[in-house]
Design a protein around this ligand. Sequence first.
Ligand code: GLY
Length: 585
Amino acid sequence: MKKTFGILFLLLFFGQVTVGFGQENKGFYQFLNDDPTQKPFFSDKKGVFAKNGMVASAHPEASRVGTAILQAGGNAVDAAIAVQFALAVVHPAAGNIGGGGFLVYRAKDGQSHTLDFREKAPLAGSKDMYLDASGNVIAGLSMTGHLASGVPGSVDGMVRAHERFGSLPWAALLQPAIDLAQNGTVLTEKEALGLNRIKADIVRLNPQKTYLLHPDGKNWQKGDLWTQADLAETLKRIQRKGRKGFYGGKTAKMLLAEMKKGVGIISKKDLKQYQSVWREAIVGTYKNYKIITMPPASSGGVALLQLLRFVEPYPLKKWGWHADSTVQVMIEAERRAYADRAKFLGDADFVKVPVQELTDGAYLKSRWADFNWDRATDSKALNGGNLPGYESLETTHFSVIDRDGNAAAITTTLNGGYGSRVLVGGAGFLMNNEMDDFSVKPGVPNMFGLIGNAANAIAPGKRMLSSMTPTIVEKDGKLFLVVGTPGGSTIITSVFQTILNVLEHGMTIQQAVNALKFHHQWLPDMTTFENGAFTENTINKLKARGYNLNTQKNTIGRMDCIMVLPDGTLEGGSDPRGDDTSVGH
Ligand code: GLY
């Protein structure tokens, strides 16, 4: 049957032909029939439903802040800005003002826009800055400490987003974060554990500072009230002066003094010059759905479209969720997309990124030519294609839909958990370690095991390649899904699977988020999967075809998504793997 389908596949691949298999939809229940003792979900968490607006984010306080802004008459961008600043206070592992990110925005009129507020390499940065005299990577230098940071983009990004699409006064959007920093936030168990986990690094890298530490020197506990007075003052400067409250004046002086103290290289000129950029969204189709996603400097959008187009001709719905055939084509799609990512993707302001070519049907068909049902493709033998002519989950994503149907998807990060673990003295915020997302040496994996090449080499003022994939999906021309997640290299595959869980397997958005995930990224040639994601049957069949499978100790993804139901009701789907919470009104 599969061989017959292989021939059909070649005939139909990317030909915009609807494959009329007309089969029953076993959907994800096939999985349960396969082995009724196993469940396809991480938990049975239920979605949150509301009529007028929804915010889904990694922290309940941040979601409440966003929804309060919506209730006060703010639009999706207003709410997103308030959430971004609130997360910088309540979710320090990834929420930030010292990092960067990407916004995908679909206005109620259907126009889409993306904002790239990714960090940039400092002007004093250079290709070999993390290599020793023999050309070897100096372990950890791009990951912790002052030299690991790119020039932060988040504050500039929020200012630009507000200038263009905001409706409430800027000051009102900062106030909830200031209140949270000043009056304190009650620690969740996960946030307390996170702070305790990094205590040794914080003490080592921040002598004479007390940020992130319990005032009594103890470990943090769930329920402790945590205040951040210096961060509150920094947020007030941003509130009063906008961009200049961060990239100039007192905050900039503190940041530059911090760099000097730790032999960092971010300069006054770097701060002055930093600018986020409005870019044209990557827009493609999957069946009758429109996919609106992020262009470079993220690789996420290109890879997501490649993945969807690779699997589009196959009857995933008929085969069923995580059936061996379904998983096999998804793994092979992931293998090819990540190989292309390594070869071709980088900051499009510096290198030519062949976005059209990489998502072109004929090219993708050629990439699929060596697909073989009987045998896993060998990653070592598969390089990026020939064109004519990443434990850390510590990025964070949030989704917002307002009363009018404006939708914002933002993924933002310090890169690794708590970034470089350096806090700016006097200003109280964490700096990113985003420089590790560059390819510090061709062929040497970064912290997510991702391999890069010249396209993602360090250059002064260049943006490091990202996997962040904030994405909006339209169905029949109408807003349907807002999706995204943290997870380093697993971001792209988690977004891919969550979208397919809804589009092919008939899950609600909360089920799609709850559903167990797997990941393959070309190299290492290994499919990792959350415990229970595959039945024994699927595992045995895939192993027999040469697939390397490994149960993942850590969870995959922390999705925060929203789905628009046929009657216009919004369903918030927030990941049970974290404190993630949807709040609607
Ligand atoms: N720092 C993770 C990413 O941008 O992909």
